[in-house]
Design a protein around this ligand. Sequence first.
Ligand code: HEC
Length: 175
Amino acid sequence: MPLRLVLLLSLLGCVHKNPPVTREIRWDSPKTQALARRACYDCHSNETVWPWYAAVPLVSTLVRKDVERGREHMNFSTWDQPQEEADDAPEELAEGEMPLPLYLRFHEEAQLSAAEKRALIAGLRATLAADPPLKGESDDDNEEEDDDEVEEDDDEDDDGGHGRGRGRGRGGDDD
Ligand code: HEC
């Protein structure tokens, strides 16, 4: 995209910056890491490679929301913080829930062959076992949510949601 356009869009606030990597998960092997980088990192790390169209107003918002939601659920770049849902990662991949199908349409490099998918599932399992995610945020973490019978056709907005104790550490620092 022409430089002048990039400058204009960044003035409009549509060019995104990544927050810092505070502590990356320790991958069991460079191979697993490479696969995860290809298929998951754009939304589950702070090393997002933003596509050019992420700078286009409106599209920008959609892409940014996916990335923000993805990071909220699991962020390989902030393994020093609780990752409530990270244990689901191998399943999400095995069941074809992740990476998000729409994303795959635009990202050929994120499409994994059957063998690559098996390797990433096994690698995620090994990695999560050796470097387990911190639990936190909720005290009652004995399977509070049965994901099987979800009827979440309406997407819950960020304001009401179920007690997200998260607002606190966000902007300011913890004391
Ligand atoms: C295009 C962005 C994107 C990519 C790429 C992506 N995800 Fe996600 N992921 C999301 C979003 C958005 C959510 C939140 C889903 C929701 O709210 O329904 C999510 C949620 C998750 C969750 C939490 C699910 C739960 O609720 O228990 C896991 C685990 C996960 N992703 C794993 C992966 C893995 C593993 C990969 C790579 C193989 C991957 N994701 C690739 C966007 C992405």
